[in-house]
Design a binder for this molecule. Structure first.
Ligand code: GLN
Length: 191
């Protein structure tokens, strides 16, 4: 069996991450309780609603063990709301939402516009062979500032939309919706 990859499944776009990971030969596990993190090699924080996920991280008891995994340097992929939850600073957030601060980014929620302004576009991803990646943005955040240790792998309108800092990969878009496995493949290379 492949690497055990936890997909935090409190809310949001969980199912397709699980499918993509399985297609890549990993062993995905939907994580709703701290016990389900046992033996996890890597983690996905999916898209959805970061304010809701933040609440559910507390009520599920997952916040502390996930923070511990991140502090241990476990590879993590955060997409959209997941990017927000990994960032060091969140603009236009709710006062009570909390992020893990695992990647040195300031992100602005819903920055590309409201639901009606969701869009798809082809982005060129640094180091990704096979041409541009068709990226689906849904009430996406964008990155306002990146810290010195952050690599920007893709931008849209000069805004970083894919960033990496060590084992942490954060995308403003939903790579699981494209039918293109390459971004998850890139993530799995680090696992
Ligand atoms: N706007 C959402 C938030 O703030 C993110 C949207 C998404 O994950 N597709 O959490």
């Amino acid at each position: 069996m492949g690497a055990k990859v936890g997909v935090v499944a409190l809310q949001g776009a969980v199912g397709l991450h699980v499918e993509v990971l399985r297609d890549l030969g990993a062993d995905p596990v939907e994580v709703r309780t701290p016990e389900q993190l046992s033996g996890i090699d890597a983690l996905v924080l999916p898209g959805g609603e970061s304010t809701t996920m933040s609440k559910l991280l507390d009520s599920s008891g997952l916040r502390a063990p996930v923070a511990a995994l991140l502090a241990d340097g476990a590879p993590v992929l955060g997409t959209c709301a997941g990017m927000i939850l990994l960032a060091t600073e969140v603009l236009d957030g709710r006062a009570d939402q909390q992020s893990f601060g695992a990647i040195d980014l300031t992100v602005r929620r819903n920055a590309f516009g409201r639901q009606v302004d969701s869009f798809e576009t082809d982005v060129v991803i640094d180091g990704l062979a096979g041409g541009p990646f068709h990226a689906v943005f849904i009430r996406a955040p964008y990155v306002e500032t990146v810290g010195p240790s952050v690599e920007v792998l893709a931008t849209v309108d000069d805004h970083p939309v894919l960033c990496r800092q060590g084992p942490v990969l954060a995308a403003a878009f939903h790579p699981e919706l494209s039918g293109d496995l390459r971004l998850h493949e890139l993530f799995m290379k680090g696992v």
